[in-house]
Design a protein. Sequence first.
Length: 116
Amino acid sequence: MRGLCLCRTCQKISGGAGNLFIGLEADGFRYSRGEPRRFTHPEAADAPTREFCGDCGVHIAARSPRAPGGLIVKVGALDDPAVFEGPSLVVWTEDKHDFHMVPEGARAFPRVPGRP
Ligand SMILES: [Zn+2]
């Protein structure tokens, strides 16, 4: 899955633009060098665990208890972001601002499909 999340948390993490990500099966992913630092918001129910580079702070990936077995990888952390080819899915458009763009042809949802 190739996505763009425009939720307020992703806007804060990205500097305002939203978050480009690839969704995949966690079993098919491994770190080739080292282990990330991890953060889970202690006061948010079903908060995702975010994985960061412990040296430079770059956000690499996230795992959510709402999507067991899945993994979200941040496009900006890829060695070659060109493999992404743009989002086919845009979520949390209810938090979208006028300066955000939804690519033509991408499926867009006010929140995450299948979740209230
Ligand atoms: Zn988000």
